[in-house]
Design a binder for this molecule. Structure first.
Ligand code: PEP
Length: 250
């Protein structure tokens, strides 16, 4: 059986003091085993604190991005090997803010996904449509294109050790959550795409929903057949709010 994963994307928020307090709060609450997995994605400079405080705990950690080049003259960038030095298990690939603000193309996202796998990290591939694309009826074709870029590069085998996060762009940070029916419809579309290539990998693949998840809507979302957890932004920045989602996953 798949285990629900509740993952917190802290984006470029916080300070070292805030991150340490948040980690302490999560450690206190995560001791109560709920049967779900918990992970946090702090900004790069705080991965060192995450490793020091979370090692040996039930909470995993990962990074929000990587540069697919292993080493070299890439000022300001961080490689997969560097993330491994700080004990990361996961790395996000293709978060919508990376795709829109930093112009990462489907190919760039595939590069990152491939580099993460090659290094032994578990990539979390983020896909999702904008409001305009949804209104034009293009949700499935956009998600299909974003998945295909990575499937073409890494094959279905690449998803044996990866996670997909469906994050409709119109629901991220807006307080507008996709309804459980809307989310389930896209999750099932995603799973079906994988089923056609390998039903075992497809059955085990965790597909997270992201977009204004909170303690009040999480249980209903996670109850749906193909929603295997959440990628949580805003509500992961306060220990009590994030733990409420974690408890909803029980
Ligand atoms: C996100 O950052 O991936 C996200 C889903 O944010 P929020 O939960 O704030 O919508």
């Amino acid at each position: 059986m798949r285990r629900i994963l509740v993952a917190g994307n802290w984006k470029m928020h916080g300070s070292r003091v805030m991150v340490r307090e948040l980690l302490q709060g999560l450690l206190a609450g995560a001791e109560k085993e709920t049967g779900a997995d918990l992970a946090v994605f702090p900004p790069f400079p705080y991965l060192c604190d995450a490793q020091a405080m979370l090692e040996g705990s039930p909470i995993a950690w990962g990074a929000q991005n990587l540069n697919p080049v292993g080493q070299g003259a890439h000022t300001g960038e961080v490689s997969a090997g560097m993330l491994l030095d700080f004990g990361c298990r996961y790395v996000l690939a293709g978060h919508s803010e990376r795709r829109t603000i930093y112009r990462e193309s489907d190919e760039d996202v595939a590069d990152r996904f491939e580099a993460a796998l090659a290094a032994g990290l578990e990539p979390v591939l983020c896909v999702g449509e904008t409001l305009e694309e949804r209104e034009r009826g293009e949700t499935e074709s956009v998600v299909d294109r974003q998945l295909a870029a990575v499937l073409d590069r890494c094959g279905i085998e690449g998803f044996a050790r990866a996670i997909v996060a469906y994050e409709p762009v119109w629901a991220i940070g807006t307080g507008k959550t996709a309804s459980p029916d809307q989310a389930q419809a896209v999750h099932s579309f995603i799973r079906d795409k994988f089923v056609s290539q390998d039903d075992i990998i497809a059955g085990q693949l965790r597909i997270l929903y992201g977009g204004s998840v909170n303690g009040s809507n999480a249980a209903e979302l996670f109850a749906r057949e193909d929603i295997d957890g959440g990628l949580v932004g805003g509500a992961s920045l306060k220990a009590e709010d994030f733990l409420a989602i974690y408890r909803a996953a029980a």
